[in-house]
Design a protein around this ligand. Structure first.
Ligand SMILES: C[S@@+](CC[C@H](N)C(=O)[O-])C[C@H]1O[C@@H](n2cnc3c(N)ncnc32)[C@H](O)[C@@H]1O
Length: 374
C-alpha cells in the first residue's frame, strides 16, 4: 500500500508504485506508474516531473491507489484509462471492445495503398469493427470514402459510433449490429476484417492483460483459431465488388491456412503484408485473379517490411451465431451539405435525421450500401 498519511511526495509515490508493479510482473512499471499518477492527479506527465517533491493531496493518493490496484491485477492500461491511440487517433474503449493493437495498423496502411488518389468514392466495410478503429482510421485519411462497421456486439457498435462522432467522421460512418454480413446486402470496394483468431484452448495461457480483460468474443477463434475465417470466406464472396479487395488480419502462422480457406471458397490470395515485427499480419484477397496491386509490391515478390506494430499478442476468438435476434442500425449522419457526394444518400431519408441518431429496425434500404435491417 502507498502510505496514506499526509505529505507523501510525487517522486516517492512513483517509486513505491513502480516497485509494486514490477513485483506484479508489469514490464513497463515506471511508465505505467507515471501515467496512472498523471490520471489520478489530472496533471500532465511534465507537470508531475517538474515537481517531484510536491505532496499529494488526500484525494489524489486515494485515486492513485485505486488505479494502481487495477493495474496490479494486470488490467491493461488502456482499459484503466479508457482509451487507446490507434493510427495517431484517440479511441475510447468499453469492456466489450478489444484494445486496438498497433499491428492492426498494417491493414489500414495496406488498404490506403490499394485505393488510388482521393476522389474515387471508396466504399468500405469493416467486419468485426469493435471500437471502429480500422474503419475510422481509413476514413480519417480518405475524405471521399464512406463505410459501414459491423459487430455482433451492440455495445461495440454504440462505442464505435461515439468514436466516429468524436473524430468528426459521423457523416461517413455507419454501424450495424449483426453476424458478419448477415444484415447487409450490396458490395464494397474494400472489406476489412480482424476476426477473433486465438485457439480457444490457448486463451487462458495468454498474458493476464489479454486472458482476463479482453472480451472472449474478440478472441476466441474456435478449436484451431480459424473458425471465423471459415465464416468470413463466403461473406467476402457476397460483399466484395468485382474489383474489390478484402484485407484480413492474421494470427501468427495462419497465413497459409487462411489462404487455403479462402481458396476453397473460390477467392484469390493477392498479397501478404508484414507488420513491423516481421509477422505475416495481413492477407489481401480478391474475387478476381490477382493483378499487380496499385502502388504496392506484394509479399510474394519479396517485400519484407510493412508498417504495423511490434506487438504480437495472440488473439483468438469466439462466439458467433444467435446474437442477432434483431439487427439495430446506428445511423450516424451530419448535415447533408457536409456529406460527400453520395454518402448515405438514403432514399428513405432515414440516415439524414440528425447526428448520432439511433434507428431501431426502421431502415430497410440505404442507397449507398443497401444496408438491410431486419
Ligand atoms: C479481434 S476483434 C477486432 C476489433 C477491431 N476491428 C480491431 O481491429 O481492434 C473482433 C471483433 O469481431 C467481433 N465479432 C466476433 N464475432 C462476430 C460475428 N459473428 N459477427 C460480427 N462481429 C463479430 C467481436 O465482437 C470483436 O469486436
Amino acid at each position: 500500500m502507498i502510505k496514506t498519511q499526509e505529505g507523501i511526495a510525487v517522486g516517492t509515490a512513483l517509486t513505491a508504485a513502480a516497485r509494486r508493479l514490477e513485483a506484479a510482473g508489469v514490464a513497463s512499471a515506471r511508465l505505467d506508474a507515471r501515467l496512472l499518477l498523471s490520471a489520478a492527479c489530472s496533471a500532465s506527465l511534465e507537470a508531475l516531473a517538474a515537481e517531484p517533491a510536491r505532496a499529494l493531496r488526500g484525494d489524489e493518493r486515494l485515486s492513485f491507489e485505486a488505479l494502481l490496484s487495477r493495474r496490479l491485477a494486470r488490467e491493461p492500461m488502456a482499459r484503466i484509462l479508457g482509451k487507446r491511440e490507434f493510427w495517431s487517433l484517440p479511441f475510447r474503449l468499453v469492456p466489450e471492445t478489444l484494445v486496438p493493437r498497433p499491428e492492426s495498423e498494417t491493414l489500414v496502411e495496406a488498404a490506403l495503398a490499394l485505393v488510388a488518389a482521393p476522389g474515387e468514392g471508396t466504399r468500405i466495410l469493416d467486419l468485426g469493427t469493435g471500437s471502429g478503429c480500422l474503419l475510422l482510421a481509413f476514413l480519417s485519411e480518405r475524405e471521399d470514402a464512406e463505410g459501414v462497421g459491423v459487430d455482433v456486439s451492440e455495445a461495440a457498435c454504440r462505442l464505435a459510433r461515439a468514436n466516429a462522432a468524436a473524430l468528426g467522421l459521423s457523416s461517413r460512418a455507419r454501424f450495424v449490429v449483426g453476424d458478419w454480413d448477415a444484415a447487409l446486402c450490396g458490395r464494397f470496394d474494400l472489406v476489412l476484417a480482424n476476426p477473433p483468431y486465438v485457439k480457444d484452448a490457448e486463451i487462458a495461457s495468454l498474458a493476464p492483460e489479454v486472458a482476463r480483460y479482453e472480451p472472449r468474443l474478440a478472441l476466441a477463434g474456435g478449436a484451431d483459431g480459424l473458425a471465423c475465417y471459415r465464416e468470413l470466406a463466403p461473406a467476402f464472396v457476397r460483399c466484395l465488388a468485382a474489383q474489390g479487395h478484402a484485407l484480413i488480419e492474421l494470427g501468427a502462422g495462419q497465413a497459409d491456412a487462411v489462404g487455403a480457406i479462402m481458396a476453397a471458397t473460390g477467392l484469390h490470395s493477392v498479397a501478404r503484408r508484414l507488420d513491423l515485427a516481421g509477422n505475416e499480419r495481413c492477407l489481401i484477397i480478391s474475387l478476381a485473379p490477382p493483378r499487380e496491386l496499385r502502388g504496392q509490391r506484394d509479399e510474394f515478390a519479396g517485400e519484407k517490411r510493412w508498417r504495423g506494430g511490434g506487438l504480437s499478442a495472440k488473439r483468438g476468438v469466439g462466439a458467433r451465431k444467435g446474437h442477432h435476434a434483431h439487427i439495430r442500425q446506428y445511423a450516424v449522419s451530419g448535415p447533408r451539405s457536409r456529406r460527400p457526394r453520395g454518402a448515405f444518400a438514403s432514399g428513405s431519408g432515414e440516415a439524414g435525421r440528425g447526428n448520432l441518431e439511433e434507428t431501431n429496425a426502421t431502415i430497410d434500404h440505404c442507397s449507398a450500401f443497401q444496408v438491410m435491417v431486419r
